[in-house]
Design a protein around this ligand. Sequence first.
Ligand code: ACO
Length: 433
Amino acid sequence: MTQNTTGRVAELKIDGKVYTLPTLEGTEGDKAIDISNLLQETGYITLDSGYKNTGSCTSSITYLDGNDGILRYKGYDIEDLAEKCTFVEVAYLLLHDELPNPRELAQFKQLLEQFALLHEDMIHFFDHFPPYAAPMSILSVMVNCLSSYYPEMGDDPLANIDITAARLLSKIRTIAAFSYKKSMGQPLIYPRHDLSYCGNFLNMMFDNPVRPYLVQPAVVSTLNKLLILHADHEQNCSTSTVRLVGSAGVNLYSSISAGINALWGPLHGGANEMVIQMLEAIHNDGNDFIKYINKAKDKSDPFKLSGFGHRVYKTFDPRGTIIKQACDEILEVLHVSDPLLDIARELEEIALNDEYFVKRNLYPNIDFYSGIIYRAIGIPTNMFTVMFALGRLPGWVAQWTEMSVDPSRKIGRPRQVYIGEKQRNFVALDDRG
Ligand code: ACO
């Protein structure tokens, strides 16, 4: 897909001189001003802290409309994909641009089965992490390590990309489950070819030699849904990190490892863990909602309502709406009654009727209810962001690949406006008072 220049131009007047800048429009009407020659023509750069107004690329992967709460992968509505597909189908869609037909899906699943095991030597690495190591740090290290075990990309980062993508998708699931087993001091449970992608993950997490785990279809279906909802979200912090690192020519495994680290942050994927900590704190504080709402509104307090607000969505996050419903459904199926769910519902209600949150268009995001589902299916809090990473992997790979094949690709290298000391005379060490 190519970008559409509109033929319309934007005019910029600096010091009395008018410069014209081309504009372009995406297939869904996104508008952009092309400033690629700005510095050369005017001597000025743009300054945009946090990139609130800056497009870093054109992309044909995910469309997001934050005002109307629309999210589509490759043109398909997230609601349809979450309802009707498995995560493996959606991963295929992101990696291959089209939903798979039955034969393509069977071949893809076979690849995932083939790559499910880790090299046995890699398994020893888990022994050297302290028992309290954060699973996100283990995940990032082990994914980076894959580049040493599978250096098939060599000098050409795109060689065998389909195989590398399938290998990564399959192995990241095994790494995630093994890191949990190690943290519990339990024997590792190896992947099984007779189980689905999500069924296998659950089994590797929860099966053990003395108490076999029963893979429940309802849990598998909920996990599929959660991973699909996380699968891509255009140029967010971790995806931009994957692209930026990859733009220097870094291999896929290491670029993804960098993305995992970016995702870890509490303002990004780490928010799902923070939500549960916040709900527990409210619970332990006798459900004093107003105290926490006031803390979130107090500018001198760094506390924020975790799971609320989004850089792009200025209305309901469509993923949040689907997750909220999935949360109600799975808790009912599993007969789980979680006091934190009631607290979350009440907190949401209060925030959505509070002028501070209304004025700033702050709504629950994907992280607000996901943690309650994870708790219900037995995933411990420190694994929540790892779950996010499992879901986001196909998006990262698709974005990295799109960046890598783009003929106009350049190394990512923002500019700055220097505000430090002007040139000054050097003072020898002995002369410095
Ligand atoms: N609680 C209280 N106030 C908030 C919140 C919140 N959760 N989110 C934003 N605000 C306020 C800001 O203080 C700011 O107020 P001001 O205009 O008076 O200064 C205003 O709303 C705009 O917020 P920004 O921080 O400028 O918005 P930005 O787009 O930079 O940040 C972010 C978005 C990081 C998601 C923010 O809303 C936040 O910190 N939320 C909590 C953490 C979270 O849930 N992160 C997960 C996001 S989804 C994801 O990454 C998967």
